[in-house]
Design a protein around this ligand. Structure first.
Ligand code: ADP
Ligand code: MG
Length: 494
């Protein structure tokens, strides 16, 4: 990639398929999104394309699409239509996919991409349209044959297409991460990448630096993680760089990424324009969308993550990065705001949530967005730590104990005997012992190495098994040290 920096610039555009979490499918009343179902449990005659069946549009899917459109300030169609897109595939029983072509529900909009240092970049969205997902061909269930599962057939998809505005693999991965967060924030889908609820195709081409026209792009299919997207693009950029630098030209083709080897390989050449024979689906007349519907949906929108993020920086003085991480998930942002309301300490709250709360969720293998700890519990905990009636380590452990209970902090402290030791005799006993055992360090401390206090406090905390009140420990140590100091100076006087 050595000459990437000087010669070539990458141009990247994404097509992201988002499975919508509607109760039923896009055109039938079959249950949608039941990932634990047995194969073909949720496939009715419409999904299986039996002759004589008719599709009926699921209004909830349309509403979801409009919500997305409103979030990216996209133009919203007042009439949208559905077309048939023809191709043959065993898991596509109709022989065509119902999609939107000429009148997508969402037209051009803008996604504001956020970067670590707080600056943003407008990534233009070309369109977002509704279409149905296909069934699934399963190749590894039986030894010699492929089997078909139609549970997924007819699942509503929102396909979001960007303009080629992205320039680096990490920019593309950031975009997908933030789009993913927005989809879940708006309640449009589970966003579960592992289950294929968000799938991304990446188009990438190179052009010489300073050139305004685009080069020939390759399409990388079905990248289902942020990391795969980034790695696939990195590999592909290097490959195209080699092709172009050798004087050859890049062929327009569709490629697939193999995460095991980290490489992409060609799966088909793109014909000039694939012939899908799009035509309006005669069973689905164009759908008018009233101003009332649009304004009702717009007023029901939650505050958008970008807005909440900026507000957190402005009102609570959080770093852009902390504000960003808190607004990747709505429940985190809500927990933050509610906790700050009662404990009035935004920095401590942000640190506790981004630190121990998220770590506990990971440790307990809870799914993202699931945080069974309440603002009341968290703010009580923060207040106690600040007030010195709970040590930091005990508090960390308490987050795990509070997890999933609705109990009061005090209750848990009592049950688990985590009460703090504030007995000053006991504490000064420990402190004296530590001071006696570390005479050399004490003289250093007396010579001005004040940060050694932390070390001494830590030693006393150890003796107390983490239960001593750290503030009382500090006071006890300070008393002992100042005694020694006086002692020293009186010696000098002699
Ligand atoms: P179509 O599939 O209808 O031909 P395009 O190829 O124009 O549409 O766009 C499909 C996706 O490819 C879009 O996300 C677009 O941003 C991206 N794209 C188009 N041209 C290029 C290019 N030269 N380099 C990288 N991405 C591109
Ligand atoms: Mg599509």
């Amino acid at each position: 990639m050595s000459n990437m920096d000087s010669n070539w610039e990458a141009v990247i555009g994404l097509e992201v398929h988002v499975q919508l979490n509607t109760r039923t499918k896009l055109f039938s009343r079959t249950r949608n999104g039941d990932v634990s179902a047995a194969p073909n449990q949720h496939a009715n005659l419409v999904d299986l394309a039996y002759p004589g069946t008719l599709p009926v549009l699921n209004q909830a899917a349309l509403t979801h699409a409009i919500r997305f459109g409103a979030a990216i300030d996209g133009s919203l169609a007042r009439v949208c239509s559905f077309e048939r897109k023809h191709y043959f595939y065993p898991d596509l029983p109709k022989g065509y996919q119902i999609s939107q072509y000429s009148q997508p529900i969402v037209g051009s909009g803008v996604f504001s991409l956020w970067f670590e240092d707080g600056h943003t970049k407008a990534v233009r969205i070309r369109r977002a349209h509704l279409e149905e997902d296909a069934g699934k061909s399963i190749h590894d269930r039986l030894p010699d044959s492929t089997v078909l599962d139609f549970n997924r057939a007819g699942t509503p998809l929102l396909e979001i297409v960007t303009e080629p505005d992205l320039r680096t693999p990490s920019e593309a991965a950031m975009f997908l991460r933030q789009l993913h967060a927005l989809v879940i924030w708006l309640g449009l889908g589970s966003g579960n990448l592992y289950e294929g609820a968000i799938r991304c195709d990446a188009n990438v081409s190179l052009r010489s630096q300073g050139n305004n026209s685009f080069g020939t792009a390759c399409e990388l299919k079905n990248l289902n993680s942020f990391k795969f997207l980034k790695n696939a693009l990195r590999y592909e950029i290097e490959r195209q760089d080699n092709v172009l630098s050798s004087g050859a030209s890049v062929r327009r083709e569709t490629r697939s990424y193999d995460p095991m080897s980290g490489t992409t390989k060609s799966i088909r050449k793109k014909e000039q324009q694939r012939e899908y024979r799009y035509f309006p689906d005669p069973d689905l007349p164009p759908i008018p969308i009233s101003e009332t519907t649009i304004s009702e949906i717009k007023t029901s929108m939650p505050e958008l993550p970008a807005n909440v993020r900026d507000r957190f920086v402005r009102n609570f003085n959080l770093t852009p990065d902390k504000a960003y991480r808190l607004t990747l998930e709505k429940p985190l942002a809500e927990l933050f705001e509610a906790t700050v309301k009662s404990c009035k300490d935004p920095q401590a709250t942000a640190n506790w949530i981004l630190g121990e709360v998220i770590a506990t969720r990971k440790r307990k293998q809870y799914r993202a967005h699931d945080i069974p700890i309440s603002a009341r519990q968290l703010s009580q905990l923060i207040e106690r730590v600040k007030g010195g009636t709970l040590s930091f380590n005990a508090a960390k452990e308490l987050v795990g104990r509070l997890w999933g209970t609705n109990q009061d902090l005090d209750q848990i402290i009592k049950t688990h005997d985590i009460t703090q030791i504030s007995d000053s005799d006991q504490i000064s006993h420990w402190a004296t012992r530590v001071v006696e055992e570390n005479k050399e360090l004490i003289s250093k401390l007396l010579n001005g190495e004040e940060k050694l206090y932390e070390y001494f406090i830590g030693q006393v905390m150890k003796l107390s098994h983490g239960k001593a009140n750290p503030q009382l420990v500090r006071q006890a140590l300070e008393r002992l040290v100042s005694k020694k100091d006086k002692h020293n100076s009186s010696e000098n006087d002699d």
